[in-house]
Design a protein around this ligand. Sequence first.
Ligand code: ZN
Ligand code: FE
Length: 295
Amino acid sequence: MPRGGWGRQGFRAFSWICGDWGVAKVLRAAGGRRAYGGGVEVHLVPCLKDNYAYLLHLPGSSDAIVVDASEEGPVLAELERLGLTPRAILATHHHVDHVGGNEGVLARYPGVKVFGYQTDRGRIPGQTDFLEDAQEFDVAGIGVKALHIPGHTLGAVAYVAEGAAFTGDTLFAAGCGRLFEGTAAQMYESLNLKLGALPDDTRIYCGHEYTLSNLRFAESLEPNNVAIATKLAWAQAARDKGEPTLPSTLREERMTNPFLRVAEKDVVAKVNERLAQDRSPQAVLAAVRAMKDAF
Ligand code: ZN
Ligand code: FE
């Protein structure tokens, strides 16, 4: 991957993205929607219209983690197909398209722990563990760290494990979630300071397949950004084949995601007329989010 700036090395980044995708494709051909996030195997489970649940397990182990049991049918079917036994459900936030399958999974596998943020008590079905920011825990042999990332909701959590981050509806590929409960300042901190502190090669697994429409919006803000144009073409081809566009990486997000690029000249210029006195990156993020709401 390029160490320099994006613009200059966009095409090198593209070949890296393609190369990575090639690997993911080989893994998928061998056994479904599978990719690796470091030492842990990650299986994508498409749910509902455009949600993803994820199954994590160590290679050779049948103990599994479910991230966001979106709906029970596809999650239970994939657990069975892979011969996995869930030990925990990690909920990124309380919205029903992320926890709607909790009770169904618990009915089939009683005793499964359900992790969520402490203030989501009463909002996440079956919740047994009430997390604090930066809390670490071990389940299915996998070390997990919870990062509190309010913005989309006040109890939103990212789960970081083995070089992968499960970001729910807070950080999407090339976008971020709507500000349903939190403020733009909270979203700025969650995306740019908390998630932004993770290493560049962190794999980003988010809650929805929104990549294409997010990249179209990103391109409208930065028509000269080669990385955005390149990834848009790649994502279009992937979706045409019915393939997911995830995982992304934090490096790709820094190059293509407008909500991680609120200090970039071109992005600021695009929202210039929407900004009053306050020209902080938080205010730029608020303006970009408002534009995306209407895009
Ligand atoms: Zn949500
Ligand atoms: Fe959602």
